[in-house]
Design a protein around this ligand. Structure first.
Ligand SMILES: O=P(O)(O)OC[C@H]1O[C@H](O[C@H]2O[C@H](CO)[C@@H](O)[C@H](O)[C@H]2O)[C@H](O)[C@@H](O)[C@@H]1O
Ligand SMILES: O=c1ccn([C@@H]2O[C@H](COP(=O)(O)OP(=O)(O)O)[C@@H](O)[C@H]2O)c(=O)[nH]1
Length: 734
């Protein structure tokens, strides 16, 4: 049975040696906590580092390490102290992490640590390759393993590889400073699907790919010589039910609260003070020091809140071998000490500071007890703590203040969104949060919870995996080759020999180049004459098949008695006949398509669905323009695939995608047209995606030609409309 292989630097469990025995504890950090439930529910394996170096594991405990990991469906990658130094503390956390979080002043470019990064990625590749079986799917995670996709693809081109980056991808101007930028991009492009938390990270990545590697990037696809790599954004969710159910249980047993106990013990005798929560790994990207300063500023600006609020701050130890993290620890310790010293009274401590990691139950305690969450990262890929806080507010009360620099802010607009560098704004947001009427808190959280519940971690992972599976077919369709002279000769030979011939000609972009004003694209005399000449040849039928309306087409070609097909196949004018509708339209497909459109509405702010009698339209004119175009292309692909089985067609309008009965696509139109007639020469030429239906649906012996080098199902391509004219001239002369 095929399986999914998850690979990340850190396994979901971390091993320690305790009393000469191996002890496992859950890993901290969004990647591990988020993916845990995905892994638990799959029959796959998770490959990664255990947290113990080779030197730390005595020979007699090696089997125990393997046992402890196998028990959790994990496979360990064995790393030495030197590896961890160069690869983890070095290149991953002194180069990539600061650079990708825009901390350029912290970024080190050390050749030795780069070399270690390469070697450790190779070590991971070895373990992965040892564990891959036919039909398996591979899902690589995060910035520590960006070379891995290409290393796996090189050995196993048959395997579908997905990659997800959990941190931001920086803008090209920042990324380009990396001496190994090409290697990193090439490593990533070993994947079939690359995912990011937000559209902005995706956009930055695509921009770097096209500028640095000069690959063709079209919408969210990168065309390589032999494959297509799809890039998209999938905002990671949380295990919503786990958090909300734990919170409900916790609420029912309030006396378990550690915070409450502290208050009961009169360590701090201002029990009514509102609790403001902050939870992060102690990382400079999280903006912890700034947050404390902003809190100080708040107490100065609004002194009436002294003794009325308390900042409960959990900072989890992280990467403490990296100097910047050590400095930050010192800075935070000092700040907390200074501010507590400055404002505290006998009955009140303004900051409760915990420097450690907490078990799940204690986290739930913090989440449920604190009325406000203040999360102010300077940069953060996503920030799952923000989502977890909202999920635990079972009575829907509580206010989230969130930095606009966290990926999560893009989906959580009902939170109070602040700029983490703007103390004024943070102080005001704190005041607003503390004073916010309950009805407003509930209203905001209702929206947030609904979205988080719906797009939970399971849905996120399924979305990613489904897209990854879909990429399997994508590369097959870039199969066209530029028509060579000998192939052209062969085609005209076949044309001459055939006793019954048909040519399907698309109009705009094929017979006529695009012009600014579409009404000006009428056929020139030369074109009219060429088409007439071909039509007049014996046993030859010319069909112009276009998305144009029938009036325009009919007027332009009124003097040339050829067959015209208009509006992608809705209308047909046979030779010497009148326009007629070709099909009875149906609408029973709508219940299948509506949820797909709703999903795109969920993921693309500003879009909406319009329902008509025989069609559904997804409008994106109010969305971010770039995102709208990219999502439209993605939706269009999804719907086109569906259309093959469900007889649907997709029309790409101006900021709208309209889905109709598939009697409205060129493939169906040409198939119907040739049905029962024995054409021995079939030819179709067109330039855009609506022509792909013809290319796909015509029989294999048809000569199908795409105008322009693009992804296509046609057999050949020619460069432009001038080349099309040359071909028409040759047909006319045959
Ligand atoms: O493994 P560590 O070095 O101890 O660091 C912990 C993890 O931190 C990072 O988490 C990121 O992933 C989260 C989930 O997608 C996201 O919400 C957060 O914004 C990111 O910073 C890191 O990406 C992981 O690889 C680390 O394991
Ligand atoms: O003592 C703690 C503190 C935090 N977390 C978890 O660590 C994750 C932090 O993820 P986030 O995306 O906020 O940031 P990251 O640390 O991954 O950058 C969240 O799932 C928290 O529940 C934890 O397991 N124990």
């Amino acid at each position: 049975m095929s399986k999914t292989i998850i690979i990340s630097n850190r396994l979901p469990l971390q091993l320690q040696i305790d009393n000469k025995k191996i002890k496992a504890t859950p890993s901290v950090g969004g990647l591990a906590t988020g993916m845990k439930s995905v892994h638990r529910d799959s029959n796959g394996i998770w490959i990664g580092w255990t947290g113990l170096t080779e030197e730390e594991i005595p020979a007699d405990l090696r089997d125990e390490v393997v046992d402890a990991t196998i028990k959790e469906q994990c496979v360990p990658v064995s790393l030495s102290e030197e590896d961890i130094d160069g690869f983890y503390y070095g290149f991953s956390n002194r180069t990539i992490w600061p650079l990708f979080h825009y901390f350029m002043e912290y970024t080190e470019f050390e050749k030795e640590s780069w070399q270690s990064y390469v070697e450790v990625n190779e070590k991971y590749a070895e373990v992965v390759l040892d564990n891959i079986e036919e039909g398996d799917t591979v899902w690589v995670h995060d910035y520590q393993l960006m070379l891995l996709p290409a290393l796996i693809k090189k050995e196993r081109p048959d395997v579908q590889i997905g990659f997800f980056l959990h941190i931001p991808f920086p803008s090209y101007e920042v990324f380009r400073t990396l001496p190994w930028r090409e290697e990193i991009l090439k490593g990533l492009l070993g994947s079939d699907l690359i995912g990011f938390h937000t559209y902005d990270y995706q956009r930055h990545f695509l921009s770097s790919v096209s500028r640095i590697l000069r690959h063709e990037v079209s919408f969210n696809e990168i065309t390589l010589k032999d494959r297509i790599v799809t890039v998209n954004s999938y905002p990671m969710g949380i295990d919503y039910d786990k958090f909300s159910e734990a919170a409900a249980k916790h609420d029912a047993a309030k006396n378990q609260s550690e915070l409450q106990r502290r208050l009961d013990l009169h360590i701090d005798s201002t029990p009514d003070a509102k609790m403001i929560l902050s939870i992060d790994r102690l990382d400079y990207s999280k903006g912890i020091a700034n947050r404390i300063r902003a809190y100080e500023y708040f107490l100065e600006k609004y002194p009436e809140f002294k003794e009325k609020v308390r900042l409960v701050m959990l900072a989890v130890p992280s990467r403490s071998n990296v100097p910047q993290y050590q400095l930050l620890k010192k800075e935070v310790d000092e700040l907390v000490g200074r501010i507590n010293g400055k404002f505290a009274s006998v009955s009140w401590t303004p900051i409760w500071y915990f420097y450690r990691s907490m078990p799940f139950e204690n986290l739930i305690d913090l989440y449920t007890t604190c009325e406000v969450a203040l999360l102010t990262p300077i940069r953060d890929g996503m920030n799952l703590v923000a989502k977890e806080y909202v999920a635990t507010r079972t009575d829907k009360k509580g206010v989230l203040i969130l930095s606009e620099m966290a990926g999560a802010a893009q989906e959580m607009s009902e939170a109070l969104i602040i700029n983490p560098n703007n103390f004024e704004e943070i102080a005001d947001a704190l005041k607003q949060a503390i004073e916010m009427p309950e009805a407003e808190q509930i209203k905001r959280n209702k929206f947030l919870q609904k979205r988080l519940k719906r797009y939970n971690v399971e849905k996120w992972a399924n979305d990613f995996m489904t897209s990854l599976k879909d990429t399997a077919h994508k590369s097959d369709i870039v199969k066209a080759i530029r028509m060579r002279a000998d192939q052209e000769d062969e085609m005209f030979d076949a044309y001459k020999k055939a006793d019954k011939r048909i040519l399907f000609l698309d109009y705009d972009g094929t017979l006529r180049a695009f012009v600014n004003n579409p009404e000006d694209a009428s056929p020139d005399d030369d074109l009219l004459e060429l088409v007439r000449t071909i039509h007049n040849q014996e046993n030859t039928e010319v069909v112009i098949i276009s998305g144009r309306d029938r009036h325009t087409l009919g007027t332009w070609w009124q003097d040339v008695p050829i067959t015209l097909i208009a509006e992608h196949g809705v209308w047909k004018r046979p030779v010497g006949g009148e326009w007629a509708v070709t099909e009875n339209l149906k609408n029973d497909w709508m219940d299948t398509v509506r949820p797909i459109l709703e999903k795109f509405v969920d993921r693309t702010a500003g879009t909406f669905i319009e329902e008509k009698n025989y069609s559904l339209a997804w409008h994106y004119r109010n969305a971010d323009p770039d995102l709208g175009e990219k999502r439209a292309s993605e939706l269009s692909n999804v719907l086109k695939e569906l259309s093959a089985n469900n007889e649907l067609g997709v029309l790409d309008g101006n900021k709208v995608l309209e889905i109709k009965d598939s009697t409205i696509h060129k493939g169906k139109a040409v198939t119907k047209h040739i049905f029962g007639k024995d054409y021995s020469f079939k030819f179709a030429i067109g330039d855009d995606w609506t022509d792909e239906f013809m290319f796909q649906d015509l029989p294999d012996d048809a000569f199908t030609i795409k105008v322009g080098l693009q992804k296509t199902a046609a057999k050949y391509y020619v460069d432009d409309t001038e080349r099309v004219r040359d071909l028409l001239k040759k047909f006319a002369a045959s």
